[in-house]
Design a protein around this ligand. Structure first.
Ligand code: AMP
Ligand code: ZN
Length: 119
């Protein structure tokens, strides 16, 4: 498996338009698309175009890109008008935390109340 992309990776396939995704935003480093099984009225996944399996696989050179994912989350939250009363960003890392797709993704969730702690 290449470190940059994986032929078997679902989100790499969406990035490469090999399978469809409902795209919310794209730039040179990242893609944002609507979650196929939304857990809130607004549920967008923000992914690096580069294949990184999980947050625990990030390298020092990925720091700026992962900051960029969060910047996009804040920007999209404004566009989606979910800043008030609040929105949630989540990165599940590892099977025990509920990660099911092993291409790093930031969940942006909004449009309903959220409880704490999460399940
Ligand atoms: P996680 O459980 O944190 O790994 O999140 C994976 C997310 O990807 C889940 O919320 C799924 O609903 C979502 N998902 C799986 N397949 C697709 C797809 N083809 N297009 C959009 N979202 C997807
Ligand atoms: Zn991938």
């Amino acid at each position: 498996m290449s470190e940059l992309e994986s032929d078997a990776c679902l989100f790499c396939k969406i990035v490469k338009r090999q399978i469809p995704g409902k795209i919310a935003f794209e730039d040179d480093r990242a893609l944002a698309f609507y979650d196929i099984n939304p857990k809130a009225p607004v549920h967008i996944l923000i992914v690096p175009k580069q294949h990184i399996a999980s947050l625990s696989d990030m390298k020092e050179e990925d720091r700026d890109m992962i900051g960029h994912l969060h910047y996009l989350a804040a920007t999209l939250a404004k566009e989606q008008q979910i800043v008030e009363p609040g929105f949630r960003t989540v990165i599940n890392t590892g099977l025990g935390a509920g990660q099911t797709v092993f291409h790093l993704h930031l969940h942006l969730l909004g449009g309903r109340p959220f409880t704490w702690p999460p399940g």
